[in-house]
Design a protein around this ligand. Structure first.
Ligand code: DQA
Length: 144
């Protein structure tokens, strides 16, 4: 089985972008960490885009293939109703989607306190650095 790990705008700059907030590790290190912690037989397909349309199309892919999603919508979290509607397609199809954040948006600027995605996500994990993703992967790959 596969888990899609989708990352929104500016997360391609992880490692050099605000390391005080996001740490100094980059997306390749995140991919390696997730692959190392995935159970045998689980493929971690980690992608990043700055493009809202591309992210939405990846969510359609998840709906059509029934692939569980870990989504860090980055700044789209706070204002993209288009992304929210696409995320709703995933969860309404019965496919789990976990919203994750590296930082804790609630401890930051007021505009980050609102997520337009959370209400349609299966669950939300924030503020734990890369462990936010690792714990989401653990949830999605735990048989229940
Ligand atoms: C983020 C938090 C967002 O507010 C911000 O726009 C990001 C990253 C996080 O992972 O902490 O780009 O989603």
């Amino acid at each position: 089985s596969t888990v899609l790990v989708l990352n929104g705008p500016n997360l391609g700059r992880l490692g050099s972008r605000e390391p005080d907030v996001y740490g100094s590790a980059d997306l390749d290190e995140l991919r390696a960490l997730l692959r190392a912690s995935a159970p045998a037989g689980v493929t971690v397909d980690l992608r990043q885009t700055d493009d809202e349309a591309e992210l939405i199309h990846w969510l359609y892919e998840a709906v059509d293939a029934g692939t569980p999603v870990i989504l860090n919508p980055a700044a789209f979290t706070h204002y993209s109703y288009a992304l929210r509607d696409a995320a709703a397609l995933v969860t309404k199809a019965g496919v789990p989607l976990i919203e994750v954040h590296i930082s804790n948006p609630h401890a930051r600027e007021t505009f980050r306190h609102t997520s337009v995605v959370s209400a349609v996500a299966t669950g939300v994990i924030a503020g734990l650095g890369f462990d936010s993703y690792r714990l989401a992967l653990n949830y999605l790959t735990t048989p229940r």
